[in-house]
Write a protein that binds this ligand. Structure first.
Ligand SMILES: Cc1cc2nc3c(=O)[nH]c(=O)nc-3n(C[C@H](O)[C@H](O)[C@H](O)COP(=O)(O)OP(=O)(O)OC[C@H]3O[C@@H](n4cnc5c(N)ncnc54)[C@H](O)[C@@H]3O)c2cc1C
Length: 391
């Protein structure tokens, strides 16, 4: 079998985007990664952070760098949907609501340059505009109506993979177990096969340092997240139409910082509203600890608190049932993302250091493809902002 120009390891949101952008530029690409486990509770392999149906999309952010990346990524959502016929983006808007003025100032800090149409709501205006949310009296809000809402990560990956194949790329449903190198080629060994390539991008999320897929351990953290999903009957949905996604912060206690997703149809055909905590402490990131976490229902102590918070926020809604799920976000010491070469310059790291990169994945994939193919960072990005830190 001839060698690929490039193999991307990790079929998550970011790796899938990187592979498509490589193929668009004419590179002969294979994207290797396992599909979502059929049974999360018994799965003994690697896991991803994309086994869900809704992730918040927003441009509003504290940092200009993040606004730049998400703006560029979001611009490509509709063209990708059109090309593939897979709709993954719902433009229902994004609300940041808080009684902490500092939080709203931070979230709106870049709006002048990246979303000048941002709306500001007093407590009363919030209640009038979003009558289904019950906020304490001192809560105010800022709102992004356009290019904001939520994306379905499963469908986004399906669209990326379909577009990759249309460009002549190859999708391999397998797990990488080792990388071997000689002067001529890199050999990527999987559970079922092996493939040769000239360059290789490693984008394996929380499992980055696990196994023999990475030449040298990188410095990152893994934060466990518990989300609670409340099932909402179809009869109640018409009164909730237009409900936005939300970051919701009461006071400045980290554990009062929540995120919220409106009712979304999941693969079981039911509609769930979702609530989760935005911050958390790092966990051990060895394979066993990660697997144990993904086999669980999340943090038992957080489940009642999140359930109550969801009920309070949507107090006019009757929920049929609640269930909880585990997930992880990845962090880097600087909060930045890694797009960089290892010592062997044929090997690249592509890693989300911010924990909110579903919305930005397409642009991170694009930047890494440009770097791997053309050895430069496309304007306005600078290499120094994506420097890899080793463990
Ligand atoms: C609860 C929760 C809520 C979130 N909310 C938001 C949000 O609202 N908005 C937002 O923008 N982001 C959000 N995120 C973050 C977002 O989901 C992540 O930033 C994103 O999934 C990171 O993409 P990734 O491709 O780096 O990693 P992943 O999506 O985890 O993908 C990594 C892939 O690598 C594969 N892999 C691992 N090891 C191997 C191997 N050895 N061989 C082959 N493949 C391998 C895995 O199977 C997986 O498919 C949230 C995350 C969580 C957990």
């Amino acid at each position: 079998m001839p060698a690929y120009d490039c193999i991307v390891i990790g079929r998550g949101l970011i790796g899938s985007a990187a592979a498509r952008h490589l193929a668009i530029q004419g590179s002969n690409v294979a994207l290797i990664g396992p599909s979502e486990p059929r049974d999360r509770k018994t799965h003994s392999g690697v896991f991803g952070s994309h086994y869900d149906s809704a992730r918040i999309v927003r441009i509003l952010d504290t940092l200009a760098h993040n606004c730049q990346i998400s703006t560029a990524a979001i611009e490509r959502f509709r063209p990708l949907e059109k090309e593939t016929g897979i709709n993954f983006f719902q433009e229902v808007g994004y609300l940041a609501a808080s009684n902490n003025p500092g939080f709203l100032e931070d979230m709106g800090a870049q709006a002048k340059d990246y979303y000048p149409e941002m709306e500001t709501f007093s407590s009363q205006q919030l209640n009038e505009r979003f009558p289904y949310f019950q906020f304490p009296k001192d809560v105010r809000g800022i709102f992004q109506a356009k290019n904001a809402g939520w994306l379905d990560p499963r469908k986004n990956i399906a669209a990326q993979n379909k577009a990759l194949e249309t460009c002549g790329g190859t999708v391999v449903d397998d797990t990488v177990v080792a990388i071997e190198k000689n002067e001529k080629y890199i050999t990527v060994k999987t559970e079922k096969s092996s493939f040769k390539c000239k360059k290789c991008i490693i984008s394996t999320g929380a499992f980055a340092n696990i196994g023999n897929t990475i030449p040298c351990p990188i410095d990152y953290g893994v934060v466990p997240h518990t989300a609670v999903l409340g099932e909402i009957s179809k009869e109640q949905l018409p009164s909730l139409i237009g409900m936005p996604t939300m970051s919701y912060r009461l006071g400045d206690e980290p554990n009062k910082f929540l995120y919220f997703l409106p009712p979304v149809e999941y693969p079981d055909g039911k509609h769930y509203a979702k609530i989760g905590h935005a911050l958390g402490n790092e966990m051990e990131k060895d394979k066993q600890s990660l697997q144990d976490w993904f086999h669980s229902y999340g943090d038992k102590e957080k489940i009642p608190w999140l359930t109550e918070a969801l009920k309070e926020l949507l107090s006019s809604v009757t929920f049929n049932k609640f269930h909880s799920v585990p997930c992880v976000t990845t962090t880097s010491p600087t909060g930045g993302n890694y797009i960089d070469q290892f010592e062997d310059k044929r090997l690249y790291a592509l890693f989300a250091g911010g924990g909110y990169c579903a919305k930005s994945a397409d642009e991170l994939g694009y930047i890494s493809a440009e770097f791997a193919l053309n050895n430069h960072f496309p304007s306005p990005y600078e290499k120094k902002d994506f420097t890899l830190i080793y463990q």
